[in-house]
Design a protein around this ligand. Sequence first.
Ligand SMILES: *Cc1c(COP(=O)(O)O)cnc(C)c1O
Length: 318
Amino acid sequence: MPVTLADIRAASARIAPHVARTPLVADPRLPQVWLKCEHRQRTGAFKLRGATNAVLTLPRRARAVVTASTGNHGRALAHAAQAAGIPATVCLSHLVPDNKVRAIRAMGAEVRVTGASQDEAMAEVARAVAHEGMTRIDPFDDPAVVAGQGTIGLELAEDRPDLHSVLVPLSGGGLAAGIAVAVKALIPTARVIGVSMENGAAMAASLAAGHPVEVIETASLADSLGGGIGADNRVTFPLCRALLDRVILVSEAEIAAALRHLAAAGHVVEGAAAVGHAAILSGRFRPEGPTVTILSGGNIDPGLHARIVAGANSVEAA
Ligand SMILES: *Cc1c(COP(=O)(O)O)cnc(C)c1O
């Protein structure tokens, strides 16, 4: 395995001074369901865990970092690099919402908005590495990043040793792989389930095909779940293939309904963070014991959130 429980324990000790240990709270309206509140994490998403672990384990000669990101990883890397006194450059596609672009700039990182997809933003990263000597820190396919995200799994096992299932938002698979390594090592009976949106679920399509495949990227309420897994994926595809018990796909209307359910309980989260709840509320997943959903981030445009709460069921309708 490219990432072990020992790697995750080391990451946990390393990043503890820099990240929040987020609460696990009960869902007031769904028995047996608990919410891991990573929307309350510093920078508004779990990505700070992996980015911080990666920055703190950089080789000494690394003097500048670069990444491509659907938003939250870029913001997290900007924060982690600033904390370590290292300059950061973040390459984004035009699909990334403005509020996220502003947040990254506000953290002192250089932002390059380029291309219509995550893959085109990745090409800009390759140029910066080749011609400007920067060190890339990818959003998911990096053992240090996966180990950082896995620290969530340690906390879950501590807080709910009776855990039956955990529903994890799934895109590149860093979050799901990290959580699965920790949870399966500590609670071997626990099930780890990845959840993605119906349109453009790259890891789901890749797992079904048995190798990384490209998918067509479309607008989704779960914008943080966009992007491919990389044709040369080394870390997260093998881990997800070995460790995920199941992958569930949810529709845009189901994500919208989950956002409304969570808002009613006082949790303002982005669409990607609501997919676990979408799986439960739609009946695609039935809890059979203590079940956790990962509220992975809260960085949603406030106007979009308000229109969803008012009844809109898709990005287009909002
Ligand atoms: C990045 C992200 C995910 C997906 O994480 P992967 O490691 O790419 O699978 C889920 N939710 C939010 C809010 C994210 O920012």
